[in-house]
Design a protein around this ligand. Structure first.
Ligand SMILES: C[S@@+](CC[C@H](N)C(=O)[O-])C[C@H]1O[C@@H](n2cnc3c(N)ncnc32)[C@H](O)[C@@H]1O
Length: 451
């Protein structure tokens, strides 16, 4: 039975504030009861008689670091998957191909700065491995760090479930991974160039990064800035700028663009991806579009502003945002339940909007509610048979759960809808996917089902 929530006591409040200063995770304000329970558990394990004693003990820097690392293991959200927001990888492939064609010999040095369980760092390595097939002299060093020691352990083991490949055709997984029971293990030769280590982005950068100032060709820091307040992001923007080599790329998550904070960089677009480039006095590679003129771009509202008081549910409701971008942002922060609540709220008044049924289907599917997910996709398609994202998601679900004949029929229908779609990109709950890539995935699945 669940325990009644205990009032949040001043000791917990102070430790929470201190942990938020340590980690930058200001969203934890909304998880006070979880945090307090964690403190009570630790107090008991370590044998302190009260939270007051535990708080005193945390003044000792070594114990504090150890405990805060433990909190990070429990409280961080590591939502990630291979080739996430694939447009970014397409853009870098273009940029790096141009350099290599022009005779670049310097090794590539890349840092994935909030690497979670490693999908991002290994995706970069796979991209570079593919380029190496065309440019055999290519060398690379990939550094990958995170605040969560458990994620880092999983990253080093490099074994992943199907969910980590959710946006990819099975050919990708089969090419680079070996099946181990229900998991897929990255081939050893693709692990050796990637080094994982602990790094708190709010502290001094660790020894693994010294010597690399001004040397990085790309720095990925995706889907973590959403948790930080603007001051922290501003200071990171400066430090990242220093770490990058002239012409180096800073890659943020799709809802983390902030033209004002990253104004020292050039913003460059490529087929739905925005990347930031440290200016080097030269033009960006011709195949990437001209830099966006920064002053004309509005600041992104997506970066959360730290508030001094926790939000009450009343104040949240007053400004309820049901936009799909808001729902995407919740999903990318791992707030699946909140996203579902938001979609359900929207459906109360907009039950005839296929978009919300598609979103509902996606979230239910992610929670393992396959039957409910299927019903929502069906409803979305009943309302709009040509809805490309609903067709795409329903077909993927069918491959996993329906007899091959039915799955194949759905795949073909989805393919024909996508082939005549007017859009260039599918708006999927976590990211945009080019219609071309979606069609590639559907064809791959068709081949798999036929086999
Ligand atoms: C949502 S995951 C993003 C993973 C990956 N970058 C991606 O976009 O797929 C966010 C990661 O940021 C890490 N993180 C949170 N606070 C951090 C901090 N202060 N320093 C370093 N990493 C942090 C979390 O542990 C988590 O693994």
């Amino acid at each position: 039975m669940s325990q009644p929530a205990q009032p949040f006591v001043p000791e917990s409040q102070r430790i929470l504030e201190s942990f938020m200063d340590y980690s930058g995770l200001n969203v934890l304000r909304e998880r006070e009861s979880v945090f307090q329970q964690l403190l009570l558990d630790r107090m008991e394990v370590l044998g302190y008689a009260s939270l007051q004693r535990y708080e005193q003990a945390l003044q000792e820097p070594q114990l504090r670091e150890q405990e805060y690392q433990g909190f990070a293991v429990k409280l961080t959200i590591g939502e990630t998957y291979f080739m996430r927001h694939s447009q970014v990888f397409d853009a870098l492939r273009e940029a790096w191909s141009s350099e290599l064609e022009a005779g670049r010999i310097r090794p590539y040095r890349i840092w994935s700065a909030a690497a979670s369980i490693g999908c991002e760092a290994y995706s970069i390595n796979i991209l570079l491995e593919e380029l190496k097939q065309r440019f055999p002299a290519l060398q690379r060093q990939i550094l990958a760090s995170d605040l969560n020691q458990d994620f880092l352990k999983t990253a080093r083991e490099a074994r992943y479930g199907d969910w980590s490949f959710r946006s990819l055709d099975p050919g990708f997984r089969n090419r680079y991974f070996q099946q181990q029971g229900t998991l897929w293990e990255l081939r050893p030769e693709l692990r050796q160039d990637v080094q994982f280590f602990f790094c708190n982005l709010l502290a001094d950068f660790p020894a693994q990064l010294t010597g690399l100032y001004g040397q990085l060709d790309a720095l990925f820091c995706r889907n973590v800035l959403i948790y930080f307040d603007p001051e922290t992001i501003r200071s990171l923007a400066k430090r990242f700028f220093q770490m990058l080599a002239p012409g180096g790329w800073l890659v943020l998550g799709p809802s983390e663009n902030n033209w004002e904070i990253f104004g020292e960089f050039e913003a460059v677009t490529h087929q739905g991806a925005v990347l930031y480039r440290k200016p080097d006095g030269k033009k960006p590679p011709a195949r990437l579009t001209t830099p966006v003129t920064l002053p004309s771009m509005p600041p992104s509202p997506a970066v959360p502003v730290r508030t001094d008081q926790p939000k009450t549910s009343a104040s949240r409701d007053a400004k309820a945002d049901h936009s799909r971008e808001h729902i995407r942002s919740l999903l990318s922060q791992g707030k699946r339940e909140e996203a579902l609540r938001c979609v359900k709220d929207a459906l109360v008044t907009q039950d005839l909007n296929p978009e919300y049924h598609m979103l509902s289907g996606y979230i239910e599917e992610a929670a393992g509610e396959v039957r409910i997910a299927g019903e929502h996709y069906k409803r979305a398609l009943f309302l709009d048979r040509e809805h490309p994202a609903a067709q795409f998601l329903q077909a993927q679900l069918g491959v996993k759960h329906l007899p091959p004949k039915v799955a194949l029929r759905q795949l073909r229908i989805a393919r024909s809808v996508l082939e005549s779609a007017h859009e260039e990109c599918l708006w999927l709950p976590l990211e945009d996917l080019s219609v071309e890539a979606a069609l590639r995935i559907l064809r791959g699945l068709e081949d798999e089902v036929k086999a």
